[in-house]
Design a protein around this ligand. Structure first.
Ligand SMILES: Cc1cc2nc3c(=O)[nH]c(=O)nc-3n(C[C@H](O)[C@H](O)[C@H](O)COP(=O)(O)OP(=O)(O)OC[C@H]3O[C@@H](n4cnc5c(N)ncnc54)[C@H](O)[C@@H]3O)c2cc1C
Length: 400
């Protein structure tokens, strides 16, 4: 891909700036993180506004409501959204960034027409039901069982850490359809309506405060066979496509958050005074922040590579693990610098002395989870070692 913009790409940037200048003031104030109904309303309203303006699903085919933009145009879109401090996908994360793209790559034409347009219109919120209490990194050991009964599956089991399940309409669900096959072979990928009888959802409170994810129990939940994406027992391969999108391109939003955090940290550091100087006068701090800001710049270029690769091959490659690994670790380093700047003010989740400290504390707490969600850093290192660098596979005993 080219890294400088053509005339038409610059025109798109201009068009986006005009749209954002008109649209953003129409949004209500951002809701409190714990007010889930308001958060859902806010994020789906923004999604609908993007859809009506023709910017939802920027890279998706027009047949499903998208704009069929080139990789460079996608980056122009993301840059302008970032520049205007526009909301990112929020609770539409799973639908827009990995369930939708998986259905596009692996679903039937009927499934694409049924599931994709409502995502772009902001009509439905998705969640992900992959992890189980005994199956996180070793996801292929999952035990939630689906048994065929006529033209339906009957599902029994438990999922955990299902982000946004309590406000979701549908979920991407991994189930075991052949308990006798080797563990990677007997899995299927289903779409589950979250209001199906037999589903119990219990939100889990996190260290940061709001209950962002849930444990979900499935008791004799009936799911039509027509909701299976990919062939029966081929769900592991489909799940790898989902995780490729989740790690490769879906983390773009976190780079934008990281860049915003750099700005916020610099502003707070200029306000924090120590004796006769401010925290920002500390050369060591400025060097550390500068180094991380350069990292985020480099990660943005890596994102350009991933977006380009995904649009050429249909799905992102294992290089997405490189992005996820460094981005999440760099984010944590930055958030830790924020706590160093705050000193004792970092002990409160409320704003202290009008410093703007609450945001830094919130990002520090949120950042702790980043190196776990979407696959831990250790697992990303394994993937990079085996699939990018071609090193020998890890011994079988660790994954059996
Ligand atoms: C913010 C957040 C959101 C999430 N959202 C969802 C969601 O929406 N849906 C969903 O299904 N799941 C979700 N998850 C769950 C996430 O995918 C799992 O937490 C993750 O895969 C790790 O699994 P685990 O928690 O069971 O840890 P474990 O797999 O038990 O790992 C424990 C430790 O052992 C290490 N380890 C394990 N195996 C190996 C190995 N082979 N080599 C080296 N080290 C290893 C791990 O790196 C980790 O440090 C979310 C998690 C977080 C934090």
């Amino acid at each position: 891909m080219r890294l400088s913009y053509s005339e038409s790409e610059r025109a798109l940037a201009e068009e986006l700036r005009t749209f954002l200048a008109g649209a953003l003031p129409q949004l209500p104030p951002r809701p409190h993180p714990g007010d889930w109904d308001a958060r859902r309303r806010y994020d789906t309203t923004w999604q609908r506004m993007l859809f009506e303006a023709g910017y939802a699903g920027i890279s998706w085919p027009r047949a499903y409501g998208g704009r069929e933009a080139s990789p460079t145009e996608q980056l122009v879109f993301l840059e302008e959204m970032n520049r205007a401090n526009a909301p990112y996908v929020g609770v539409n994360f799973v639908g827009t960034l990995h369930a939708g793209p998986t259905i596009m790559a692996e679903g039937t034409e009927e499934q694409r027409r049924r599931f994709l347009p409502p995502i772009l219109r902001g009509d439905v919120v998705w969640c992900q039901g992959f992890s189980e209490p005994g199956s996180g990194s070793d996801l292929a050991s999952l035990r939630t069982r689906a048994v065929r009964d006529g033209d339906e599956y009957v599902v029994n089991g438990q999922k955990v850490w299902s982000t946004y399940a309590h406000i979701a309409d549908v979920g991407e669900l991994l189930v075991r359809t052949d308990p006798d096959a080797a563990k990677h072979r007997g899995i299927s990928w289903l779409v589950v309506p979250m209001d199906s009888p037999g589903i119990t959802i219990r939100p889990i409170r996190t260290i940061a405060g709001p209950s962002e994810f849930c444990e979900v129990f499935y008791d004799d939940v009936r799911i039509p066979l027509g909701n299976r994406v990919g062939a029966e027992n081929d769900g592991w391969r489909v799940a790898m496509v989902t995780l490729g999108f989740e790690r490769g391109t879906a983390f773009v939003g976190e780079i934008m958050e990281a860049v915003k955090l750099v700005r916020a940290l610099v502003e707070v550091a200029a306000r924090v005074t120590r004796r006769s100087a401010t925290a920002w006068d500390d050369v060591g701090l400025r060097r550390d922040v500068g180094r991380l800001a350069a990292d985020f710049d480099a990660l943005w270029s890596l994102t350009a590579w991933n977006v380009s690769e995904a649009s050429r091959d249909g799905v992102p490659g294992p290089g997405g693990s490189v992005l996820k690994l460094r981005l999440c670790e760099a984010f944590q380093e930055l958030a830790t610098l924020g706590m160093r700047v705050l000193g004792r003010a970092g002990l409160s989740q409320e704003d202290v002395d009008g410093l703007g400290s609450a945001h830094l504390v919130e990002e520090y707490l949120r950042g702790i989870a980043l190196t776990i969600g979407g696959g831990t850093s250790q697992i990303q290192r394994n993937i990079v070692a085996e699939r990018v660098l071609g090193l020998p596979k890890e011994p079988a005993w660790t994954s059996s």
